[in-house]
Design a protein around this ligand. Sequence first.
Ligand code: XMP
Length: 326
Amino acid sequence: DWNSGNVIAEQVERIRAQVGDARVISAMSGGVDSAVSTALVHKAIGDQLTAVFVDHGLLRKGEREQVERDYVASTGVRLITVDAADTFLGHLAGVTDPETKRKIIGREFIRAFEQVQRDLVEEAKASGEKVKFLVQGTLYPDVVESGGGAGTANIKSHHNVGGLPDDLDFDLIEPLRTLFKDEVRAIGRELGIPEAIVGRQPFPGPGLGIRIIGEVTRERLDILRDADAIAREELSAAGLDQTIWQCPVVLLADVRSVGVQGDGRTYGHPIVLRPVSSEDAMTADWTRVPYDVLAKISNRITNEVREVNRVMLDVTSKPPATIEWE
Ligand code: XMP
């Protein structure tokens, strides 16, 4: 019967046999799949592995620290962070169309990753080594889905760290290929990866970039990051992490409405909460979050995030609405 310890031992042996003394790179997103596959490969071959984390400036509050500090501390993975926020925001300037945003973010991610990859290949060459393998956090459902199902991938051009082009000159290591999400989580826990990463709810590859309706700017990202952190904190504190599949927080950046604070008039932005319940993200219902929890989130956001003076609740199921607004 299934046991995460056995799977780890089996995979470690298999990875060692596959890799030999070659060097390996891995793209880390901060998500569960890449975190677990990377840790598993590290357990097998140690510092023959280099993990690459692209900070595109569209991450949530604390996410980079979680990877650079907590993940590295618990796994010992050798990690390179690419500071690409300026580049990404430069390319996103003036862009409001959702698909264009997605394409730019996907393209720039690949560029940033390939830059590091070239450096690593050069570095290895200098010491007579070869970078031959790339780690992918592909799960069993991904394998089945890429058989051509009619998923949301057809409606939105999905970008994630699995979305690297196949013409990269590497063999793939896919240690999670036969596993389901809950099995991957169990393995992650067994490997000592922090619960905040292993138990994480889904978060899209394009990050907060597709949760700002309108142009993505640094200032707008800061507003959304603060509001998002508050919503997450309160939903967790209310014990709703298991009930809720995920709760996008969306900034209606081009909309303003009048409010009042103290004696003054405000003219701020609305924020939308989109809590959804789902089994697989193909369909979803809006989660009936208790009113007192919603009230607390609303009060805190409007008190603590100066630019936001109104909080809305999205009460649409999927279909007809998708989970993300863009
Ligand atoms: P939608 O908005 O299509 O989202 O109902 C379904 C699920 O997919 C996530 N999502 C993404 N995940 N890259 C990802 O890795 C993406 O580009 C992307 N777009 C949406 C979304 O958060 C939800 O869980």
